[in-house]
Design a protein around this ligand. Sequence first.
Ligand SMILES: Cc1ncc(COP(=O)(O)O)c(C=O)c1O
Length: 363
Amino acid sequence: MTKQNIMLTPGPTPLPPEVLEALSRPIIHHRTEEFGQVFVDVEEGLKRIFRTKSPVYMMASSGTGAMEAAAVNLLSPSDKVIVLSTGVFGDRFAAILKAYGVSPIVVQEEWGNAANPETLKKALLDNPGVKAVFFQHTDTSTGIVNDIKALSEVVHKNSQALVVVDSVSGLAAEPLEMDAWGLDVVASASQKGLMNAPGLSFAAVNDRAWTAVEAAKLPRFYFDWRTMKKFLPTRQTPYTPSINLIVAQLEAIKLIEKEGLENVWKNTDELAAYTRKRVQEIGLTLFAKDPANILTAALVPETVDSKKLVAQILRETGISIAGGQGKLEGRLIRIAHMGYITRHDVDEGFKALEKYLPRKEKV
Ligand SMILES: Cc1ncc(COP(=O)(O)O)c(C=O)c1O
């Protein structure tokens, strides 16, 4: 196989030429009319992608920054919170909260399953007065998608808690309706479905959540949404933004909107179905019982170390496939099919897998 640069990783994902071109433009200053217009256009475009009328705060950080921002802006140390953990990223929410002295009630789902709305209901009824419930839209470590509409409904029917969703890997790939589904805070980042380079994170925050932001007592400075809100009318961020990433984000938003967000969801769904079929055809076992459309996670045979396999494929073909994370390291391969990833890219990934998976393991 000739060596080629193909990214099948669930973030970063490949960048369209229009985005690469924008990243390489001469830098402009962020306290100018020119940048102000780009900032507003990105803000408005993101609102359409998050399906919200609420403001979207842009932060110079990776997605974890937006998760941390949600914790520090919404909570006080004595608050009771629930984390629905479906893998590495639910555990990360719990770790962030613990780092700030908040002890979350962690509802652990078996890896590979989506969070169960009935289990959530029980947890809410057993723990009255919960301030916020944190969960993932898609958990990239296991390849599951949560029914965030159903989970949000359960939260609102059974408590006053805020619904905080990590859609770092789900946004602009899987359906998400922030306002219609009652999601109070949605966190995301630039480097996955949003088809931009890593380094920008986003948090959409509705009015219900804003009441909590004003009352929250956890320490915060750089990620303080109150400061960001003051700067919004000036079309600026409080501190130096990732200027070229924001300029490039506008190009990616234009591409998403040219295709149509619902078509993006549909095309991602089709490529996911195709990938799941191919995975089974080469004799691997699908891992997620509630599979997401952003990526396909597959178990490799026990005798294969997936970490070594993906390293060899990258070294010899230039194709990046993700291995497993956390307790699934060495056991899983994860093939992404979101953003700018094409069917051709996926096919090249399968050619490599067919070549490098030990022959006897393919039956
Ligand atoms: C679901 C999910 N949440 C959070 C993150 C963390 O984002 P970052 O690596 O940009 O900090 C990721 C990254 O892979 C993710 O997939």
